[in-house]
Design a protein around this ligand. Structure first.
Ligand code: SF4
Length: 401
C-alpha cells in the first residue's frame, strides 16, 4: 500500500468521451481498433465518475477536466453542455461554488463549425480548445491523413480560421516529425500568422522508437538535426522580440520557468512531482482509470503487473478512490516509477531540468525502469537543454559587451 503522502491531489481528469477519431494520423498513440471504436461515455457513467472524484478526499481547490484520447468533437456540443452542467451541479453540491473547475477539448480542428463557436462563446472562460496542427500543409499532410488517406490540413485550417473570425482564442499543439526538422522557419512562422488567436503554442518531438534507433550514429545525427532546428527556431523567436510578434512557445517558456523558479518551487516542476499518483487521472468511456500521465491506456506495459490490464488501476463505477489509492497494484507501479526517478537523480546531470515523462520510454527500450540516458533522453532532454543554455549564455555575453 502506498503511503498517503505519496499521493497528490487530483489536478486533472482526462476523459475519453469517445475513443473514435475521424482521422488516421500516422503517429497516433492509440491503436487502430481503438480509434475505430464508436463507444461514448454515457451521461450516467460521467455522473458516477464525478460523484466519486468530487466526493473524495483527493481533491484540493481546483480541477481541470480535459476531453481527449479520441476526437472529442465527434460528439455534439449538446453532449458537452449536458456533461459540463452535470459536473458543475456536482461541484456545487459536493465542494461548493468556490471550487474551481475548468474544461478543455483537445481536437484536430476538422469538425469545428459555427455551432461549436457559439457553444464556446456561451461557456466563455471556463472552457478552452487545443487544436492539433503540425504547421504548413507539406508537414501536416505528411502524417495527418483521413481514413481514406486524404490530406486534412485544409479542414484543420478552416476550423482555426472560423475560430479566429469568431474572436475565439485557442491553444495549438504540433507534432514535430523528423521531416519537419529541416524547416524550423516554415514550421514556426506558420503559427506566428495566428499569434493573435493562439493563447499557447507547444510542439512535441515525435519520439517513437523507430525514429530514434539504437544505432549511436543515428542518435547523434538526430540530436544534431534537432539542435540545429532549435537554434534556428530560437533565432526566429529572437526576431519576434524585435518585430512584436507575440506567440508564446510553451516548450521554451516552461524551460525558462524551471530554471528561474524560486528554489522552494523547484520540486513542483521535477519529474517525480509531475508523475505523482493521482495528480492526473485518465478515465476511459467505461470508467476504467489509470494515473501518472495524461492519456495512459490499458495497452501500456503488457502484463507486467499480472492482471492483463496494463496500467489500469480499476473502474470508477465499482472502485472508490480509497480502494485504488490503497491497492497493491498502484504501490507496485509507483515503486517502479520511483526506482526510475531515483536512478535518474543518481545518474543524470540533467535531472533538475528534466520534465520527466520518460519512465515508460525506458521500460519500452530496455524493459528496465532504472535505465537512464536513453537515446530519447539524449535527444529530447540533453540536446534541448544544452541548446537553450548555450543560447542563454550567448545572449548574456552579447548583452554584456
Ligand atoms: S534525461 Fe533521461 S536519464 Fe536524465 S533525468 Fe531525464 S529521463 Fe532521467
Amino acid at each position: 500500500m502506498l503511503a498517503e503522502r505519496k499521493i497528490a491531489p487530483i489536478e486533472m481528469v482526462v476523459l475519453q468521451g469517445t475513443p473514435f477519431c475521424n482521422l488516421n494520423c500516422s503517429y497516433c498513440y492509440l491503436g487502430e481498433a481503438t480509434r475505430r471504436n464508436t463507444a461514448t461515455m454515457q451521461p450516467d457513467v460521467l455522473k458516477a465518475i464525478f460523484e466519486r472524484i468530487l466526493g473524495s478526499r483527493y481533491i484540493d481547490r481546483a480541477l481541470r477536466v480535459s476531453w481527449h484520447s479520441g476526437e472529442p468533437m465527434v460528439l455534439k456540443p449538446s453532449y458537452y453542455r449536458e456533461a459540463i452542467g452535470t459536473i458543475l451541479e456536482l461541484r456545487d453540491a459536493l465542494c461548493g461554488p468556490d471550487f474551481g473547475i475548468s474544461f478543455d477539448l483537445q481536437t484536430n480542428g476538422t469538425l469545428i463549425t459555427q455551432e461549436w463557436c457559439d457553444f464556446l462563446k456561451e461557456l466563455g472562460d471556463i472552457i478552452s480548445i487545443g487544436i492539433s496542427c503540425d504547421g504548413p500543409a507539406f508537414l501536416h499532410d505528411a502524417h495527418r491523413l483521413s481514413w481514406t488517406h486524404k490530406p486534412t490540413h485544409q479542414r484543420t485550417l478552416a476550423g482555426m480560421e472560423l475560430m479566429r473570425r469568431n474572436g475565439l482564442r485557442f491553444d495549438a499543439i504540433a507534432v514535430l516529425s523528423r521531416d519537419g526538422l529541416a524547416h524550423p522557419e516554415a514550421f514556426v512562422n506558420f503559427f506566428a500568422q495566428y499569434a493573435d488567436s493562439i493563447r499557447d503554442f507547444h510542439f512535441n518531438l515525435h519520439d517513437e522508437l523507430d525514429v530514434v534507433s539504437m544505432d549511436p550514429g543515428s542518435v547523434d545525427a538526430f540530436a544534431a538535426q534537432y539542435g540545429d532546428f532549435l537554434r534556428r527556431m530560437l533565432a526566429v523567436y529572437a526576431r519576434w522580440g524585435i518585430d512584436g510578434t507575440r506567440l508564446s512557445i510553451r516548450n521554451f517558456a516552461s524551460f525558462y520557468e524551471r530554471i528561474f523558479s524560486a528554489e522552494a518551487d523547484k520540486p513542483r516542476y521535477d519529474a517525480r512531482s509531475m508523475s505523482m499518483p493521482f495528480r492526473t487521472l485518465n478515465v476511459m468511456t467505461n470508467g476504467d482509470v489509470s494515473t501518472f500521465y495524461a492519456g495512459l491506456t490499458g495497452d501500456e506495459c503488457g502484463d507486467l503487473y499480472g492482471d492483463g490490464r496494463g496500467l489500469l488501476l480499476g473502474n470508477l463505477l465499482s472502485d472508490d478512490l480509497d480502494a485504488i489509492a490503497g491497492s497493491g497494484k498502484l504501490a507496485r507501479i509507483a515503486a517502479d516509477f520511483e526506482a526510475s526517478h531515483a536512478a535518474c537523480e543518481h545518474d543524470c546531470e540533467y535531472f533538475d531540468l528534466c520534465a520527466g515523462g520518460y519512465n515508460l520510454v525506458k521500460f519500452r527500450r530496455y524493459a528496465d525502469f532504472t535505465a537512464t540516458r536513453t537515446p530519447e533522453c539524449f535527444v529530447h532532454v540533453q540536446t534541448f537543454t544544452d541548446t537553450l543554455l548555450d543560447d542563454m549564455n550567448r545572449n548574456a555575453r552579447s548583452s554584456a559587451v
